[in-house]
Design a protein around this ligand. Structure first.
Ligand code: ZN
Length: 180
């Protein structure tokens, strides 16, 4: 019989493809399980919290500076921030969520009853509200979380596809070496 000497390539390659799909799927599932930290959403979870801690740092720096110096800082702007940094009351210029467009500003005389605020989150006691409500922050967090999860799935998928491809190529080599 002819078929005993000539392996059924179509069948074997089909089997190879099945093995490939199975290997890829298995590795994908394994990767997803191993790395089951759901998309964290980065620091969006604590966006408002870290914003307020920045404001507290700025308040503290201004307060300390004003205690030590007779020429008080009355408002927050680039030149007063530079004074705070140059005199080591502040390490660096702070931005809400590290985004340069989110500068901190001040309203009123901050050596007296003025306050420092963020356009997005307002001031500490919320007598001045920012543009973002807590729901907006929550929405940003959920979006970032979903995005991180998608990226993770995508990366796992690409990786398992590559591993599966290696399995498939090895299988092809095995099939064609059977003829010799
Ligand atoms: Zn903020």
């Amino acid at each position: 019989m002819e078929s005993e000497n000539n392996p059924n390539y179509v069948g074997l390659i089909f089997l190879g493809i099945i093995k490939y799909l199975f290997a890829s799927f298995f590795i994908f599932i394994l990767l997803m399980l191993m790395n089951n930290n759901p998309g964290s959403g980065g620091s969006y979870r604590n966006m408002r919290k870290s914003c307020f801690s920045n404001i507290r740092l700025l308040n503290g720096a201004v307060e300390m500076y004003n205690m030590d110096n007779s020429a008080k800082i009355n408002e927050l702007n680039n030149s007063t921030i530079k004074i705070l940094i140059d005199n080591k009351y502040l390490k660096k210029k702070l931005y809400c969520f590290d985004l340069p467009e989110n500068e901190y500003k001040s309203k009123g005389d901050i050596s007296k009853d003025g306050f420092i605020f963020c356009e997005l989150h307002g001031n500490l006691d919320q007598s001045y509200k920012g543009k973002n409500s807590e729901e907006d922050d929550q929405k940003l967090f959920i979006e970032a979380k979903a995005k991180a999860k998608n990226e993770k799935m995508h990366n796992c998928f690409i990786f398992s596809f590559k591993i599966g491809l290696i399995v498939f190529i090895l299988e092809l080599i095995r099939i064609f070496s059977m003829t010799k």
